[in-house]
Write a protein that binds this ligand. Structure first.
Ligand code: NAD
Length: 275
């Protein structure tokens, strides 16, 4: 069954499911993204810091897919925050991706103590007006950071991409996003493929549906209305991860997964990460 799209605040739409390529080695990226395209993936989540934008670009060029069928996200790295450096970094990303525009451009981390994300955001608003990016958003922003952007520019990010999985469910940020029409994107949706996949409760839910624990977790994100792009370089898993639109978790199963929340962060704390 086909991948749903969700509406963004700016009137555009985003495929709810895609492929993440953090830690996908540069030399494997074109192959991995090409496999995903053949399996029906259309949404790719990369970043300048992943150092694999060229591979994503090669896969796009070789896919034969129309540009408007694809949804490509990249992210501005922390060291490039600031007005002019943002515009230059975007041009570098577009050149590596062999694209005239990206569908979504994100500020990767707020780095609040460095005080540059408002100037960065103004450059992204300019890049959007120039047609180099269709939609603009943020990643790892806290409520206070989003409120600050809004107060300074009046322009809301269409998404906030945050660490989110059953062990870190982020209900306060999700509520805030929901109230303001911001979509939540879940990074490390499988908790990076660690012990969570061995959780007996998740495995039992999977067995009841003929699905794996990974598929149960991804389906949980989808039913919460989140945007999700698990990473894998393994063809069988890339295929498995996309097979989540032909079953439904019950309210009881959703509630059972809800109880796994432990406030466990796998990545950095956005409050303290600095440029
Ligand atoms: P993830 O939660 O997607 O886990 C990926 C790992 O899980 C794989 O390396 C593999 O070991 C395992 N896995 C994948 N599919 C599996 C399956 N079907 N069965 C068993 N194991 C499986 O972790 P991630 O890569 O950290 O997150 C996904 C994407 O989120 C990234 O690729 C990136 O695009 C994005 N991300 C963004 C940020 C940010 O700061 N904005 C940070 C981290 C990740």
């Amino acid at each position: 069954s086909s991948i749903p799209t969700l509406p963004l605040l700016d009137g555009r739409r985003i495929p709810q499911f895609g492929l993440g390529v953090w830690q996908t080695p540069a030399e494997e990226t074109a192959r991995v993204v090409g496999e995903a395209f053949k399996l029906g993936y259309r949404h790719i989540d990369t970043a300048a810091i992943y150092q694999n934008e060229e591979g994503v670009g090669r896969a796009i060029a070789e896919s034969g897919l129309a540009r408007d069928e694809l949804f490509i996200t990249t992210k501005l790295w922390n060291a490039d925050q600031g007005h002019d450096s943002t515009l230059k970094a975007l041009d570098r990303s577009l050149s590596k991706l062999q694209l005239d525009y990206v569908d979504l451009y994100l500020i990767h981390w707020p780095c609040p103590e460095d005080g540059k994300f408002v100037d960065t955001w103004k450059a992204m608003i300019q890049a959007q007006a120039e047609g180099k990016v269709r939609s603009i958003g943020v990643s790892n922003f806290r409520v206070a950071d989003i409120e600050h952007l809004l107060a300074e520019t009046g322009v809301m990010p269409v998404v906030n991409q945050i660490e989110l999985h059953p062990l870190l469910q982020q209900s306060a940020l999700r509520d805030y996003h929901h109230q303001h029409g911001i979509l939540t994107e879940s990074w490390s949706p499988l908790a990076q493929g660690g012990d969570l996949l061995k959780d007996p409760g998740l495995q039992a839910i999977g067995q009841a549906h003929g699905k794996s624990a990974a598929q149960v977790i991804l389906r949980w994100h989808v039913q919460l209305g989140l945007v999700v792009f698990p990473k894998s370089v393994t063809p069988a898993r890339i295929k498995e991860n996309a097979e989540i639109f032909d079953f439904e978790l019950s309210a009881e199963e959703m509630a059972q997964i809800g109880k796994l929340d432990a406030g466990t962060r796998l990545g950095p704390d956005p409050s303290t990460l600095r440029i």
